[in-house]
Design a protein around this ligand. Structure first.
Ligand code: NAP
Length: 313
């Protein structure tokens, strides 16, 4: 058996394990949440997001299913409501400050706050061996700045709890800092982004803005950026770095007010984003988000996961 086949066999075995783990119910002792616990899921009208919403609601939480298009979001919520789940729809476009504000006001008024935020909404415009940056601005604006705006808007609404509130960002292995075949060429920049103590919002913003500047003036190809799906990889690298930065900042909060923030790669998933070419089902892809959001007794923050296992940034 060749290296490729062995890797494929390992992947298949882990997928089977994940499918099995998903069916194991949480015991009463593990369940820190109730039907009053509120989970917000972004981009939850389809793909991995709709699955995350469905699985969280199936575990008995109240899910605020959000979608930028009202009609499709309402439809997705209705299917789950008809299945007896506590799911409520609200419109949300993560790149529209007015839409984020309207969601915040509504959460405050109707639910008093939230316990879990899953930043799933994202875009990618490349397939196969494409590497166009035609939509780079939208990609960075959505996957990094949109995620960041949601984190900033939701943190003040997160309810105090002895179990800590949770934020999970759906990112990607393509955004790894030290990926073997896909990384930023500039070693010094990589080191700055890697050191959580020197990491800052300004550094992450400057990195993505430098790339966008080079896209505008046509010099990005020689800029030493990740070679695969460059705009998307960089947007996810920025979201990963932001996860580590915020986890560090949030760790200063006093007991009872903790917020844990992690990110994960769902794998290569059969959704519209891959033109259904992936090898992971949306159900299995949603699993790690739900697992991280519901972790019963471990304090985990500022980490990167795939298939319930920690991986390197
Ligand atoms: N599929 C994969 O292989 C894969 C791999 C690694 C990471 N991911 C990540 O997983 C997440 C979900 O992707 P998916 O595979 O489920 O893709 P998808 O089927 O294309 O779903 C993306 C979701 O994000 C929403 N969205 C996009 N821009 C938005 C905005 N500005 N405001 C609110 N919602 C917005 C989309 O809404 P509309 O329906 O309105 O477009 C859709 O609901 C993304 O963050 C993606 O980067 C996916």
């Amino acid at each position: 058996m060749g290296k490729k086949e062995r890797a494929q066999e390992r992947r298949e075995k882990r997928r089977q394990e994940i499918s099995l783990l998903r069916t194991i119910p949480y015991s009463d002792h593990q369940r820190w949440w109730s039907s009053d616990s509120i989970a917000v899921v972004t981009g939850a009208n389809r793909g991995i997001g709709v699955e995350i919403a469905h699985q969280l609601a199936s575990h008995g939480l109240t899910v605020l299913l959000t979608s930028r298009e009202t009609r499709v979001g309402e439809k997705a919520a209705k299917v789950m409501q008809e299945g007896g789940l506590n799911v409520v729809f609200h419109q949300l476009d993560i790149v529209d400050p007015a839409s984020i504000q309207s969601l915040s006001d509504w959460i405050k008024e109707k639910h008093g706050g939230l316990d879990i935020l899953i930043n799933n909404a994202g875009v990618n415009f490349n397939f196969g061996s494409d590497n166009s940056v035609e939509f780079a601005e939208t990609v960075i604006k959505t996957n990094y700045f949109g995620t960041k705006s949601m984190v900033k808007a939701m943190i003040p609404l997160m309810r105090p709890s002895p179990f800590g509130a949770r934020i999970v960002n759906v990112t990607s292995r393509l955004g790894r800092l030290n990926g073997r075949r896909n990384r930023i060429a500039n070693v010094s920049l990589r080191q700055q982004l890697e050191d959580v103590n020197s990491l800052s919002e300004e550094l992450i913003d400057n990195t993505v803005n430098t790339f966008l500047g080079q896209v505008k003036d046509g010099t990005w190809i020689s800029g030493g950026w990740p070679q695969v799906f460059t705009d998307y990889s960089l947007s996810k690298l920025a979201a990963n770095a932001y996860t580590r930065l915020m986890a560090r900042i949030l760790s200063d909060r006093p007991e009872g007010h903790k917020i844990y923030m992690n990110c994960y790669c769902p794998g290569w998933v059969k959704t519209a984003m891959t033109e259904w070419a992936g090898h992971t089902s949306p159900e299995d892809a949603a699993d790690t988000a739900v697992w991280l959001a519901l972790l019963p007794d471990q304090v985990v923050s500022g980490k990167f996961f795939a298939e319930r296992r920690e991986i390197n940034f």
